[in-house]
Design a protein around this ligand. Sequence first.
Ligand SMILES: Cc1ncc(COP(=O)(O)O)c(C=O)c1O
Length: 382
Amino acid sequence: MSQPTLSRIPLLNLARQTAAIRPRLDAAVARVLDHGHYILGPEVVELEKRVAACCGTQFAVSCASGTDALLLPLMAYGAGPGHKVITSPFTFFATAGSISRLGAEPVFLDIDPEPSNLDPDHLERYLVACTAEEIRQIKAIIPIHLFGQCAQMDRIMDLSVRFDIPVIEDAAQAIGAEWNHKRAGSMGHCGAFSFFPSKNLGGAGDGGIITTNDTALADQLKLLRVHGGERRYYHRFVGINSRLDTLQAALLLAKFDFLDEWTRKRIDNAVFYSEQLGALGDARIKLPSIDPRGRHVFNQYTVRVPNRDDVKSALFEAGIASEVYYPVPLHLQECFAGLNYKVGDLPVSEAAAREVLSIPVDPELTAEERIRIVSSLAAAVA
Ligand SMILES: Cc1ncc(COP(=O)(O)O)c(C=O)c1O
């Protein structure tokens, strides 16, 4: 008798999510088509209010992508040629790309072994070794809340105050995450979020938002996203065109009502994986470490395994998608060769890039799928 074929489990089942809330999404789109305010319409204003409330900040300024949510504050802080911006290299390209696009130089410091975020010890050592002039050249520090878990923001903010350098939280993957009961995006001078479809709150395309408690910064960001002008055709700054479409905002608002529930399901899936995989007692599977001082919102559930690429292939054979976030740390990217980093310079980031594998953790997973994922991963590693 032939075996029943098992369906494939994607890394993120957006089709299932869309189907579950389809009438609300359709109604949201229809409302925008009816009122026709496609640029910075009422849904954009409403979404900004809701994100600010969710993150515990006074303001949220939306823009066209998570990348621009990093770029715009860097523009506001005047980052450019001759300046440096500190970050860590185990992240999506946009973190450093936004720095380089302005002509400033990314300074890559290594991460904690786990969780994989900027190590405050490295940050302190770097800053202490700088001269006063070198400190003046540093325009910002960008810690990343990778995979949905906050960097050690209390220590990073102490250093920010001590050296008078603004902090832009790269919270692209971390809406709703917390550190010591403070929300991602509310601890630094500002926070950058992405609405890329794979994020915990994802649109039907690109989008981003910047949270802040700084009135002057919020005002400047609002100008910079519309070519730097308060009045049409009068320009105070050289800005860019980076607005969140009203249609996107309407879809995101419709999804916003589910964000808490989706986040709880992600956390529940992650707890299940950690319990089940932990119970296997297979030392080759290293589970993500979860800092009890924070709330991890699991945009990704990322294990570390030896022979990672073989494990990924075996999972694929078993019908389970997985992904490597990220295979090449940014200090070793071809486009940054001119910065003269070499293999071995940032060993913790390089080891992470060799070993990490993210498995499906999205809220749409069924109980059967979770079980299949655990047993397939165990078999793949064995
Ligand atoms: C850590 C990080 N920073 C920045 C970004 C950029 O966001 P976007 O893709 O919306 O431009 C992303 C999104 O992929 C990200 O994961």
